[in-house]
Write a protein that binds this ligand. Structure first.
Ligand SMILES: Cc1cc2nc3c(=O)[nH]c(=O)nc-3n(C[C@H](O)[C@H](O)[C@H](O)COP(=O)(O)OP(=O)(O)OC[C@H]3O[C@@H](n4cnc5c(N)ncnc54)[C@H](O)[C@@H]3O)c2cc1C
Length: 451
C-alpha cells in the first residue's frame, strides 16, 4: 500500500496507527508534541518523576495503557514527533521540524488533530498571568509548574473543575472557581445525563472535593474584567444576585469548553457544515470517519467534533479500519460494528456536555467595543463592528479582510469563533449565517528559516 499518513498522536491517532500496523500498513505518523499522548494523556519529559496517579487521576490506568500502545506503535511506524504539519497541498503534507520543512506525499491520511480551548475575550485578557484553562493544565502536566501561587479559574465546562482540582492537588492555592453556567440549570439536567455520561460523575466528584476543601465556588456569574495593569491581579465579576465583586489572584485561567482544530481538514478540501451543538463549522464525515468532499481523507477524534477521549480512541480505530477496507484489506465486520455501537453510545457525551455546561453565547455577542478581540492584530470588538458598517461584509472572511481580525499568527484559532459571534450579533444574523474563517497555511506559526 502506498503512503498512509496519520496526523496526531492523541487517543484517536494512537489507535489509528495501532490498527494500521496490525493490518500490515506502516504509516508516517506526525505530531508536533515531543511525545505521544495528546491533550488528555500529555506526558512530561522522560526525566520528570510525577506518578501517573498524580498526573492523570482517575484516568491513570487508561493513560498508561495508551502510552504503552503508543510507544510500541512508535517503534514500528515512521513516527515523527516534534513535527508540525503546517499545510496540506498538492497531495502532500508539509511538515516543519528541527531540520526545516519538507513535503510528505500521501495517498490517504487520517487527521486526528484534536481540539483547543474556546475563549471569550474580556477586558484584561491579554495581560501577562492570564491563561486558557487548557494552557494552565498543559504547564502543570508537561512541566509540573503552576501558573501562579494564588490562581483563579473561570468560564464553564468540565475542564474548569478538573483543572482547579488538579491545581489544588498539586499544592496551588485556589482563589475561586467561577462558573457562568447556572447550578439550578445543571441540577435539572443532571439525573438524565449521568445515566449516559459517566464522565459527568467525575465532574461532580471534583466539585464536591473542591467544596469540601473550602474552595470558593460560584455559579451563574458574569466575568467583567481581569484586574491589573501590568499583570493579572484578579477578576471583577457580577455574581448570580447581580452584585459586582472582585477577587484577587496572581494568575487567572479561563475557557468555555473546546473547539475542534479543523484547519488541516479545510486545507485538504473537506466539506464543512455548521454543528449546532459545538456551535462551530465542522468537517463533515460519514459514520465511520470518511471525510466528505475529499476522497482520501479520514477524520477521527475531537478534531471533527468534541466527543471526548474514549470516543476518540474508538473513532481512531474505526477510521483506520475504513481506510484499510477502502484499500482492499480484509477487516473484521464484527469489530467495525462493535466500534460503531460504542461511538453511537458515546455521542450522548457530547450532548450531555452541551446541556450541563451551555456556551454563554450572550457574553460573546456583547463583547465591549474597547475589548481586544484579536490579540495578534490588536483588533478590538469595536473596530470589527466599525469595519463592517456600510459595507457588504456578511461573513467573517470578508470582515477579516476589512478589519484584520483573525489575520495574525494564530490565524483566528483563538479569536475566530468569538469574532463570528460579534459579527452575527452586529448584523442580526444567525451564527451559522456568518460562515467561518477559511484555513490558511501555515496553520500555526513557523520559523522563517523552516521555509
Ligand atoms: C488543553 C486540553 C486539555 C485537555 N485535558 C483533558 C483532560 O484532562 N481530561 C479530559 O477528559 N479531556 C481533556 N481534554 C479533552 C481531550 O483532549 C480530548 O477529549 C481527547 O484528548 C481527544 O483526543 P484526540 O486524539 O482527538 O485529540 P488530542 O488528544 O488533542 O490529540 C491531537 C494531537 O494532534 C496533534 N496535532 C494537532 N494539530 C497538529 C498539526 N498541525 N501538526 C502536528 N500535530 C498536530 C497535537 O499535538 C495532539 O497531540 C483536553 C483538551 C485540551 C485542548
Amino acid at each position: 500500500m502506498s503512503v498512509v499518513a496519520v496526523v496526531g498522536a492523541g487517543p484517536a491517532g494512537i489507535r489509528s496507527v495501532e490498527t494500521l500496523l496490525a493490518h500490515g500498513v506502516r504509516p508516517v505518523w506526525i505530531d508536533e508534541a515531543p511525545r505521544a499522548g495528546g491533550q488528555i494523556y500529555r506526558r512530561p519529559p522522560p526525566n520528570f518523576q510525577r506518578s501517573a496517579d498524580a498526573l492523570y487521576g482517575f484516568e491513570a490506568q487508561k493513560a498508561q495503557r495508551l502510552h504503552r500502545a503508543a510507544d510500541a506503535a512508535a517503534t514500528q511506524a515512521d513516527f515523527r514527533p516534534s513535527s508540525l504539519v503546517w499545510d496540506i497541498a498538492g497531495g502532500a503534507l508539509h511538515i516543519a521540524d528541527a531540520n526545516g520543512s519538507q513535503a510528505v506525499p500521501f495517498e490517504a491520511a487520517i487527521l486526528a488533530t484534536g481540539a483547543t480551548d474556546r475563549i471569550i475575550p474580556l477586558p484584561g485578557w491579554t495581560l501577562p498571568g492570564v491563561y486558557s484553562l487548557g494552557g494552565a493544565q498543559t504547564v502543570l502536566k508537561a512541566q509540573a509548574v503552576a501558573i501562579g501561587r494564588r490562581c483563579l479559574f473561570f468560564g464553564t465546562g468540565p475542564l474548569l473543575y478538573l483543572v482547579a482540582y488538579q491545581y489544588a492537588k498539586a499544592g496551588a492555592k485556589i482563589a475561586a472557581v467561577l462558573d457562568t453556567g447556572s447550578a439550578a440549570g445543571r441540577r435539572r439536567v443532571l439525573p438524565s445525563l449521568l445515566a449516559n455520561s459517566p464522565a459527568l460523575a467525575k465532574g461532580l466528584f471534583y466539585l464536591a472535593w473542591l467544596r469540601s476543601h473550602g474552595v470558593k465556588i460560584e455559579s451563574g456569574i458574569e466575568p467583567l474584567a481581569v484586574l491589573g495593569k501590568a499583570q493579572a491581579e484578579g477578576l471583577r465579576f457580577r455574581n448570580a444576585a447581580g452584585a459586582t465583586r472582585e477577587i484577587e489572584a496572581d494568575a487567572v485561567a479561563f475557557g468555555y469548553g473546546l473547539r475542534s482544530e479543523t484547519q488541516l481538514a479545510d486545507l485538504a478540501g473537506c466539506r464543512f457544515a455548521f454543528d449546532a451543538i459545538d456551535r462551530q463549522w465542522l468537517p463533515e464525515k460519514d459514520a465511520v470517519g470518511r471525510a466528505l468532499g475529499s476522497a482520501n481523507i479520514y477524520l477521527a477524534g475531537d478534531g471533527a467534533g468534541i466527543t471526548g477521549a474514549d470516543a476518540a480512541e474508538a473513532a481512531g480505530e474505526r477510521a483506520a479500519l475504513a481506510l484499510l477496507s477502502d484499500r482492499g484489506k480484509a477487516v473484521s465486520a464484527e469489530r467495525c460494528q462493535a466500534l460503531e455501537r460504542r461511538l453511537a453510545k458515546l455521542r450522548s457525551f457530547r450532548e450531555g456536555l452541551a446541556e450541563a455546561f451551555p456556551f454563554p453565547a450572550h457574553l460573546a455577542r456583547r463583547i465591549g467595543d474597547e475589548t481586544i478581540l484579536c490579540r495578534c492584530e490588536a483588533v478590538s470588538a469595536g473596530s470589527l463592528r466599525a469595519a463592517i458598517g456600510g459595507i457588504d461584509a456578511h461573513d467573517v472572511n470578508r470582515a477579516k479582510a476589512y478589519s484584520r481580525v483573525g489575520m495574525g499568527r494564530c490565524q483566528g484559532r483563538l479569536c475566530g469563533l468569538a469574532a463570528a459571534e460579534v459579527l452575527s450579533a452586529a448584523l442580526n444574523r444567525d451564527i451559522a449565517g456568518v460562515g467561518r474563517l477559511r484555513g490558511q497555511p501555515p496553520v500555526k506559526p513557523l520559523p522563517v528559516e523552516a521555509l
